[in-house]
Design a protein around this ligand. Structure first.
Ligand code: DDQ
Ligand code: CA
Length: 272
């Protein structure tokens, strides 16, 4: 009958309307964007000694159980080669008291380091840390550095993730780091991991996994258990989580913090 036809037609349109509303409203309510980033918890698979005097600002793994580390604070800043299993400092360049060491990355046997509150950086010979030269860069400040072997990623404490040309140190690209439409500020120590950029977010116990192409945060790694564990076992004076290193060959992830007595090898577990 005609009423059945009218009912069918109207319910068809009502269905359309509902679907339309859902598609329209879901992004506004964050229904989709909130599920777009994965959350990871961690498991500690190994722990190693770490110099509790090191105010860690840059960290990287160079193969052969060797880490390079940059430390901050005026009068305590350094670049050092560290034997990972023992935490023993094998070579150290102590920086001038006026300098505050920050991010560090290794490319073609050269260590690039930036410094806090300046546009000045240094390039060291990986095999002889007392051999170095100076450079300047165009970021607003020097916080984190990392590399994929071609380009240098940099952070300056804002939400900007830079890409620098390793030859000229000029900015080639920059993206805004965003999660759920919000800018993520305080992007700090960096690591290039398997096509992504991982970043310590200063004063959080979290690492953001960032797509460097568009700046979108694709995942959050929650590491609060590490700092809390250290504090509850008596290390009251430690500072924030900072320092990510990746062993590409064995796909191992290492993290530490400023004045932390330990370096942790961690495994990620996806949650929710
Ligand atoms: N940054 O690592 C977040 C880039 C800088 C940390 C600065 C910590 C301030 C320490 C206080 C210095 C007092 C001389
Ligand atoms: Ca790093």
């Amino acid at each position: 009958s005609s009423t059945t036809v009218a009912l069918l037609v109207s319910s068809f349109f009502a269905g359309f309307l509902l679907l339309g509303l859902l598609f329209y409203a879901a992004p506004i309510n964050g229904l989709w964007s909130s599920v777009s980033a994965s959350i990871y918890t961690i498991e500690v698979v190994n722990e190693f000694p770490h110099d509790p005097q090191a105010f860690t600002q840059g960290l990287l793994y160079a193969g052969n159980d060797t880490l390079y580390e940059s430390t901050g604070l005026n009068g305590h800043s350094s670049v050092r080669r560290v034997h990972m299993p023992t935490g023993k400092v094998e070579d150290i360049h102590r920086m001038d008291h006026s300098q505050f060491g920050e991010g560090l990355t290794l490319l073609n046997e050269r260590l690039f380091q930036v410094t806090w509150l300046t546009n000045i950086g240094y390039i060291y010979d990986q095999h002889n840390l007392s051999k170095f030269e100076k450079f300047t860069h165009e970021m607003k400040d020097g916080w984190g550095l990392a590399t994929d072997g071609k380009t240098i990623f940099g952070s300056d404490g804002s939400s900007t993730l830079y890409q620098l040309d390793p030859k000229t140190l000029k900015v080639q690209e920059k993206v805004n780091v965003k999660y759920n439409g919000y800018e993520v500020h305080n992007i700090n120590e960096l690591e290039f991991v398997n096509g992504e950029v991982w970043a310590n977010v200063w004063q959080s116990d979290c690492i953001a996994r960032i797509s460097h192409k568009d700046g979108l945060v694709t995942g959050w790694i929650l590491l609060h258990s590490l700092r809390q564990g250290l504090i509850s076992s008596g290390n009251k004076g430690i500072d924030v989580l900072n320092g990510i290193a990746w062993d590409e060959e064995k796909n191992r992830h290492y993290v530490t913090g400023k004045w932390w007595p330990k370096l942790y090898e961690i495994k990620l577990h996806p949650s929710v």
